[in-house]
Design a protein around this ligand. Structure first.
Ligand code: NAD
Length: 377
């Protein structure tokens, strides 16, 4: 079995450790031969934490200099889990060194940078995978199947939001997520990009948008407990109207200060023959209404995830036995390794990442211009 030697950058952070945990588990869940992940090297600027992470996941070595990862002769796959502004430079150098690249979302701060990365990856013939893990959720894949097989008829209207209250507390200090040079945007790129990736998979290309935003907590302490404050630069809340190329009209939003909402990634898709709604806080339930079912028992039915849906069957043999967030990441790692070792196809490549970045940018432009903006190709 082929070994896939992984070099992780930003490995001591939240999602960097989730990546390592999922690479550890992918082989235990999936039986196909998609290669053996080998923990070659981990990098982070926080030396104390990266040493702990090296020991926790048994990486062969660690470094505080990320360039050692992208040039390492014994690294096949560079795994980028750093704040957004670093993705472009890191992915570019990794690609130029002929590495396969797995990069967290959003891919870069602009669609132009993302498209450039997509072009280099194509020239080099390497795997280029953006971590839009909600695409791997069997529920979202089943909804895509329902829409694409015409079960819902012509899609007419879409509503969706991705809300959390993780940043509701005004006492939380300023962080990279609040500053545009590091994050590019606020809730839009951080949360809403996940929802946009799923709607892109289900509905195809978006045509135009018109948005508004709100910064509700305009400044935050410079550090925990400090009386000195720093200005928050990007959207706590974003909301926009959109039109898809298939004619459906949409109202989409996101908030990182949505009181009481913990991981409310919710959407409803209405068609001429049926409607589906989904909420990630109830990951294992899809709500489906089909016009054909009309009669004395009309109404939405709750469809529990089961082995007919995506890769659910790799985890559980029977319907309704719940799967969770890290399982989506495990499916993602499985697909990534399958692309790398067996040449399998995947949706979430850098060109796909560039499309989501182009939507984010059009929303930001429309907020400034106060008018409709086209999604640039
Ligand atoms: N797919 C998902 O569901 C998901 C969830 C959370 C975060 N993310 C994405 O993951 C990325 C990281 O987010 P996070 O919440 O894990 O952030 P985080 O702040 O917890 O972790 C980032 C890590 O990068 C390290 N780092 C910063 N600069 C570095 C450098 N020059 N070299 C090496 N390491 C460096 C930091 O020290 C930190 O350990 C972001 O792009 C975010 O959008 C994705």
């Amino acid at each position: 079995m082929k070994q896939v030697r992984i070099g992780t950058i930003g490995g001591a952070g939240w999602i960097g450790q989730v990546h390592a945990a999922t690479f550890q588990n992918v082989q235990r869940i999936f039986e196909e031969d998609n290669g053996i992940p080998v923990f070659q090297i981990v990098s982070d600027v926080d030396e104390a934490k990266v040493k702990q992470v090296q020991a926790k996941f048994n990486y062969k070595s660690y470094t505080t200099n990320w360039k050692e990862v992208v040039t390492h002769p014994e690294v096949d796959l560079v795994d980028i889990a750093t704040p957004n502004h670093l993705h472009y430079e890191m992915a570019k150098l990794a690609l130029e060194n002929g590495k396969h690249v797995f990069c967290e979302k959003p891919l870069t701060l602009t669609a132009k940078q993302s498209a450039e990365l997509a072009r280099i990856a194509q020239e080099k013939g390497v795997v280029n995978y953006v971590a839009f893990n909600n695409l791997m959720n069997p529920a979202n894949q089943h909804v895509a199947h329902l829409v694409q097989t015409g079960a819902l008829g012509k899609i007419t209207r879409v509503t969706g939001t991705y809300d959390q209250d993780m940043l509701l507390d005004e006492a939380l200090p300023i962080a990279w997520r609040h500053l545009n040079k590091f994050a590019g945007s606020g809730a839009l790129g951080d949360l809403c990009s996940h929802l946009l990736s799923v709607l892109q998979m289900i509905l195809g290309d978006m045509d135009q948008v018109n948005g508004i935003q709100s910064i509700v907590i305009p400044e935050r302490p410079k550090s925990a407990g400090s009386s000195e404050t720093v200005q928050v630069e990007n959207d706590d809340i974003v909301q926009f109207l959109a039109r898809y190329q298939n004619g459906a009209i949409a109202s989409i939003g996101s908030s990182r200060i949505a009181t009481g909402r913990k991981n409310y990634f919710q959407y409803e898709i209405q068609g001429t023959e049926g409607t589906v709604y989904y909420d990630l806080e109830r990951l294992n339930e899809i709500h489906l209404y089909l016009k054909a079912d009309e009669g004395e028992n009309m109404g939405f039915r709750k469809v529990l995830l089961n082995p007919h849906h995506g890769e659910f069957g790799a985890f559980q043999p029977a319907a309704g036995i719940a799967i969770g967030f890290n399982d989506m990441k495990i499916i993602e790692a499985h697909q990534l390794l399958g692309a790398l070792v067996c040449g399998e196809s995947y949706l979430s490549d850098f060109a796909f990442g560039a499309k989501i970045d182009a939507i984010d940018q059009a929303v930001l432009r429309s907020i400034t211009s106060k008018s409709w903006e086209k999604i640039e190709k």
